[in-house]
Design a protein around this ligand. Structure first.
Ligand SMILES: [Zn+2]
Length: 470
């Protein structure tokens, strides 16, 4: 009997003829290995291979999609066990956290979180009963008992999920000791890093001045000088590459780029490093650094990912009490056409450069992003990101971008997650939605089914490997 939590036809088209094609396309890609070229899982899990402690620590505490929704309906983050910056008291009983989560499970109706969690409950733990206040303890006990078994340790799950390669994301200030430990352990799982220099590129990043000094110490360069600062990036990028990195990633508030003369760039850097930069200087510096990173990418081959347009830490109160990444990041309007022009004037025609653009502003798909990626050889479009990593978000992306950019200016799927058990579910959703979209092209006679099958395979597997050089 089918498990009601994961109907075999979920996310497929309602029309029976289209659904039949979608089923066939999906059947051929369902079990392909997972390529996860961008994400935020903790490399420590794979290095130490310790059991995940309990269901709340696995599913609730680290997942900002989960706790932002509960917070929005009046549950204080303290009651979900989110650590406070001042070390003040928060809930420490995982079962109490889980019960609160279960009491609010209805909030997730119609959201991708519901799909991801039901998928994990069903496929990982064999659960076929919906979470509810009445079932909360039963699900808790089932999951908690499983987590004690060796086959639920991080490495075993990595293998069970069929992960061929996964990228984590690290700051240049980290030493990659967990990646080193993974390598030295002799385990065969492929866990690579990605270069995320925001803490030393964004003058508005907390602790920027100290970060800059530490960056110099770590790299053995004088990061008070512009040439020394750039040299430090080159060295750290090379170090990250030695731990498998094939990409850098940049989470800037806007997509602004700049291409200043060396003299102007040096003068700007002096103001930034001297600590008396204006807000405009800070924006210009981030903009210049995207172009500098593209220049370095031409030398060292790292793929450049730009994740712009998030207004970070929008809720002052939550930021003060709990810090960053607490579910209070809100998308803003993003302009790509003018913002990217300086970088594209410099490097947009380079065939050996790959710049992957993401957006939190869906209004740009058809107007800006697809036309840009459908022209400039250096540009590709990243998959729907964050709030749009969802069935509707994926469908809108294909509908708005494909006619201008095609499929081959896109890069497959990123799960972009910290929530380890959700990885198979997220890839499964992407595969289903893409097959549903392709099935529609088949039944409207725009694509032969053999071609659609090839595209489905490319979107599920090959494009991510190719775009990220994995
Ligand atoms: Zn990310």
């Amino acid at each position: 009997m089918d498990n009601p939590l994961i109907h075999p036809d979920r996310l497929f088209p309602p029309d029976p003829a289209t659904r039949t094609v979608a089923r066939r396309l999906y059947e051929a890609v369902r079990d392909l290995p997972i390529v996860s070229p961008h994400g935020h899982t903790d490399p420590r899990w794979y290095a130490l291979n310790e059991p995940f402690p309990d269901p709340a620590t696995l599913f609730v505490v680290p997942d900002h999609y989960v706790f932002r929704m509960l917070y929005s309906r009046g549950v204080p983050l303290e009651e979900l066990g989110i650590p406070r910056k001042d070390g003040g008291p928060v809930e420490t009983d995982p079962r109490a956290i889980w019960r609160r989560f279960a009491a609010h499970w209805h909030l997730f109706r119609g959201t991708p979180t519901r799909l991801w969690l039901d998928h994990a409950f069903a496929t990982l733990f064999g659960i076929d009963e919906p979470l509810s206040p009445a079932s909360a303890d039963r699900l808790y006990d089932t999951i908690a008992a499983a987590l004690e078994r060796p086959e639920y340790r991080p490495r075993a799950l990595f293998e069970r999920f069929g992960i061929e390669v996964i990228a984590t994301t690290e700051s240049p200030l980290y030493d990659l000791k967990w990646h080193r430990a993974i390598r030295e352990s002799g385990w065969g799982g492929r866990v690579i890093t990605a270069y995320r220099p925001d803490p030393v590129v964004d003058p508005d990043f907390p602790g920027f001045a100290e970060n800059l000094a530490r960056f110099g110490e770590i790299a053995g360069e004088d990061t008070r000088s512009w040439p020394g600062y750039l040299a430090a990036h080159r060295k750290r990028r090379a170090y990250f590459k030695s731990f498998g990195a094939t990409s850098s990633d940049h989470g800037h508030p806007s997509a602004a780029t700049a291409d200043l003369s060396p003299h102007e760039a040096e003068a700007l850097f002096r103001r930034i490093a001297g600590g008396d930069a204006s807000a405009a200087d800070a924006e210009l510096f981030r903009a210049q650094m995207l172009t500098e990173m593209a220049r370095m990418s031409l030398d060292d081959g790292l793929v450049l990912q730009i994740h712009p347009g998030s207004f970070r830490n929008h809720n002052e109160h939550i930021f003060g009490r709990f810090g960053r990444d607490m579910g209070a990041d809100i998308p803003t309007r993003t302009d790509y056409v003018r913002a990217l022009k300086p970088l594209l004037d410099a490097f947009g025609n380079e065939r050996d450069l790959t710049v992957i653009l993401f957006t939190l502003d869906e209004s740009t798909y058809a107007r800006e992003l697809a036309p840009l990626a459908g022209h400039y050889p250096a540009l590709r479009l990243g998959p729907p990101w964050w709030f749009f990593d969802s069935p509707e978000g994926m469908r809108r992306f294909r509908e708005l971008a494909t006619e201008t950019a095609g499929f081959y200016n896109t890069v497959g799927f990123n799960d972009d997650t910290r929530a380890f058990p959700s990885i198979p579910a997220r890839h499964d959703v992407a595969r289903r939605v893409d097959c549903a979209y392709l099935a529609e092209l088949v039944v409207t006679h725009r694509l032969g089914e053999d071609e659609a099958a090839e595209v489905a395979h490319d979107l599920a597997y090959r494009l991510a490997k190719e775009a990220y050089k994995l």
